[in-house]
Ligand binder design. Structure first.
Ligand code: CMP
Length: 139
């Protein structure tokens, strides 16, 4: 089925001018960028987005990093978009990521791993609604 998923190009990637190269990976995989904006999160907003991780030891590091520079938040649409996006991103830890994936090619560490993608339909819907209004989604 056609799905939508929330993608974030993280500070390590935006600061290294990799937005276009990462978007090309998504588009080459058949994903359509149906919404996109560049924003600079506050630590509190990053913490709200990653609230499910609030008890993890890396939560402080994660929210500080996500607020350290602009991010590009986007909605990707396509057949099986959630799984396809995860395939294009590669494993969370770039050391484990397959060749050709975004994280293998661009990520610097498990924390500074260039991209985020929703992991399931329910979280995709929540994460899209966190950043975008219905008016901003242009299929
Ligand atoms: P993401 O898919 O954005 O979801 C949660 C993020 O937490 C994850 O990608 C990683 O960037 C980050 N993360 C996971 N494990 C660690 C870790 N051990 N140290 C720092 N950050 C981590």
């Amino acid at each position: 089925a056609t799905e939508r998923t929330l993608s974030i190009i993280k500070p390590d990637a935006t600061t290294r001018n990799l937005t276009g190269k990462i978007n090309a990976k998504f588009e080459d995989a058949g994903l359509r960028i149906v919404a996109q904006k560049r924003i600079h999160l506050t630590p509190a907003q990053a913490g709200q987005f990653y609230i499910v991780h609030k008890d993890r030891p890396f939560f402080g590091e994660l929210t500080e990093f996500m607020a350290s520079a602009p991010v590009v938040v986007q909605v990707l649409e396509g057949e099986g978009a959630i799984a396809k996006n995860r395939e294009v991103m590669g494993a969370t830890n770039p050391a484990d990521a397959a060749p050709g994936t975004i994280r293998k090619e661009f990520a610097e560490s498990v924390g500074e791993n260039s991209v985020h993608g929703s992991d399931a339909p329910e979280t995709a819907a929540e994460e899209i609604a966190f950043f975008f209004s219905g008016l901003e989604l242009v299929g």
